[in-house]
Design a protein around this ligand. Structure first.
Ligand SMILES: O=C(O)CCC(=O)C(=O)O
Length: 230
């Protein structure tokens, strides 16, 4: 675990987690600033980018989303030990536990870089189309997270959210909402983490920068009894 995390006492951990839980409940997302020291976050981002370079053959089959400038590399818990420290971070764990229950689990850890020129993702909710009925907002089936392993800016494609949209219980957001003033770009410095309720409308923004790669580490937590309908 990082120096900053180790230095965080149990009451500071509990306070940061409680604030994040409350924000997840009320607005559908929470940002916890500088949870990893900046240098550690940037170093991990570099390591994950190197994995993307090494795994070109695998990525050619797994590429999805907005296009080849937005990649997803799965199975990071098996590929990079430092990812465990993020997945098991005490503040994040304490923040999600009241919402998902004691038996929640980590369902996936993936890296999501966006390179200059990447278009924005479609605005979406997570997995709702697999459920027969969209669960009510107070029972999220999943809490998702993305660690900022570079600074996240509007220009390099920071995550964009529609606050409070987790209460809508829609399986997909209304058409055209990407362009509405309801959308909030979540900017932050490397080492910060965004958590969101799986029913929240969200997307990766377009990377309109000249040369800034955005690196996100996306880790999802699922409630143990959530059952997918196939
Ligand atoms: O890459 C991002 O900023 C968002 C990722 C995302 O939408 C997702 O994991 O569902």
């Amino acid at each position: 675990m990082s120096t900053a995390s180790a230095m965080m006492g149990s009451s500071a951990t509990a306070a940061a987690a409680a604030e994040a839980t409350e924000q997840l409940r009320s607005q559908g997302y929470a940002v916890i600033p500088s949870l990893l020291p900046r240098a550690e976050a940037l170093a991990l981002g570099e390591a994950l980018l190197a994995l993307h370079t090494e795994q070109q053959a695998e990525l050619a089959g797994q590429m999805h989303g907005a296009g080849e400038d937005y990649q997803t590399l799965f199975g990071l818990l098996n590929r990079e030990d430092r990812v465990w420290g993020c997945a098991a971070h005490p503040v994040v764990q304490e923040a999600v536990r009241p919402l998902l229950g004691e038996s929640y689990r980590v369902v996936e850890a993936v890296s999501k870089p966006t390179w200059p020129g990447a278009p924005g993702q479609s605005m979406h909710v997570d997995s709702a189309s697999h459920f027969a009925v969209v669960p009510p907002p107070e029972c999220p089936w999943m809490i998702n997270s993305i660690w900022m392993l570079t600074d996240f800016t509007v220009e390099n494609g920071c995550t964009r959210v529609v606050p409070h949209s987790h209460t809508s219980r829609r399986k997909s957001p209304p058409a055209g909402i990407e362009d509405s003033s309801l959308v909030l770009p979540v900017e932050g410095s490397a080492g910060s983490v965004i958590l969101w309720h799986s029913g929240l409308y969200h997307q990766a923004g377009p990377n309109t920068s000249k040369d800034a790669v955005r690196v996100g580490l996306n880790i999802a937590y699922c409630e143990s009894s959530a059952r997918l309908v196939h």
